[in-house]
Design a protein around this ligand. Structure first.
Ligand SMILES: NC(=O)c1ccc[n+]([C@@H]2O[C@H](COP(=O)([O-])OP(=O)(O)OC[C@H]3O[C@@H](n4cnc5c(N)ncnc54)[C@H](OP(=O)(O)O)[C@@H]3O)[C@@H](O)[C@H]2O)c1
Length: 284
């Protein structure tokens, strides 16, 4: 059985490769597909088959997927380009005769108002149309997304956001990676839709208190309106489109789009998800 991972050069991909090896999958049965393959030369040295592919170049994908039975398809990071790129991956998987695909999607991608949902929704539709057996790994936010907030709070003692008391059921990349490896290796996941999130949904008052405890200094969470938030961000030099994106994400969070604690992630990995504090402590 040959198992492959796309986006293997990224943060999540590396953790999945490690998790597959820890589960006892033979290195030679793993195909790590990436664009900048020198980033995963260490896995090649351990016997993993490393193959180069570029999502924009269909031929490279078809070649990289030859002989693959089961594929973890990690979504591309090129927001705005993803539907075309993902279509290339799915066409290549069809041509190569891949039997099963697990795709890293977004929370309730088919119905969510999340600004990042449309590309995931379109990919899920393409996946359904491909006829390939599949599972959806609808990942909520990574706690690592908040490392930047911690860095800013260290320098300013302040967290500014327009998400009010919105909650985020984040989990660590390690948690999501272990779940992805479990689905890739395991049986009975065909047709499953997993809403994967942390066991606890925290708000920014808790985030500020946690960061404050970790850095040993007071941290204030200042709630601002969306309009004020956009102005603060553009005054700080962020291009208008990016500021609007951040404010829209905060609006989604305020509306509870990231708050669901389904328990499905901890069930898949067989342990509680990593607490907010524990992930933040790795960089504090
Ligand atoms: N749930 C969340 O909170 C969250 C947050 C951020 C991202 N995401 C999504 O989850 C995915 C994995 O997260 P991550 O932390 O591992 O992201 P990451 O470290 O940025 O990795 C992204 C991966 O996509 C690859 N990639 C990008 N464009 C490509 C292209 N044109 N052709 C081939 N490969 C390409 C990158 O290759 P290179 O190494 O060569 O650049 C890398 O392997 C992201 O891509 C994104 O879709 C989720």
């Amino acid at each position: 059985m040959t198992l492959a991972v796309t986006g293997a050069t990224g943060h999540l991909g590396r953790l999945v490769l490690e998790s597959l090896l820890e589960r006892g999958v033979f290195a030679q049965d793993i195909v790590a597909i990436g664009r900048t393959t020198d980033k995963i030369a260490d896995f090649a040295e351990r016997g993993v088959q490393v193959r180069a592919a570029e999502y924009e170049q269909p031929d490279t994908l078809t070649a990289a997927l030859q002989g693959v039975d089961r594929l973890l398809f990690i979504s591309s990071s090129a927001v705005g380009r993803r539907i075309a790129q993902h279509a290339n991956v799915l066409n290549a998987a069809t041509d190569a005769g891949v039997n099963f695909i697990a795709y890293t999607s977004g929370p309730h991608a088919d119905t969510s108002a999340l600004v990042l949902a449309p590309e995931h929704k379109a990919t899920e539709k393409l996946l359904a149309r491909s006829g390939i057996a599949h599972a959806l790994l609808r990942n909520n936010w990574y706690t690592e997304n908040y490392f930047q907030v911690l860095e800013q709070a260290k320098h300013t003692g302040l967290i500014i956001a327009s998400l009010g008391d919105g909650r985020v059921a984040s989990a660590s990349r390690q948690d999501y990676a272990e779940a992805a490896a479990a689905v890739l290796v395991g049986e009975g996941h065909e047709g499953q839709v997993y809403e994967l999130s942390g066991d606890h949904a925290w708000d920014y008052t808790e985030l500020a208190a946690t960061i404050s405890e970790l850095i040993g200094r007071p941290v204030e969470y200042r709630k601002v309106s969306p309009k004020e938030h956009r102005k603060i961000l553009t005054d700080a030099g962020l291009p208008l489109a990016q500021a609007a994106f951040v404010v829209a994400l905060d609006g989604n969070t305020r509306d509870g789009v990231l708050a669901e604690t389904s328990g499905q992630l901890s069930r898949l990995i067989g342990r509680p998800t990593t607490a907010l504090r524990d992930t933040l402590a790795t960089v504090a």
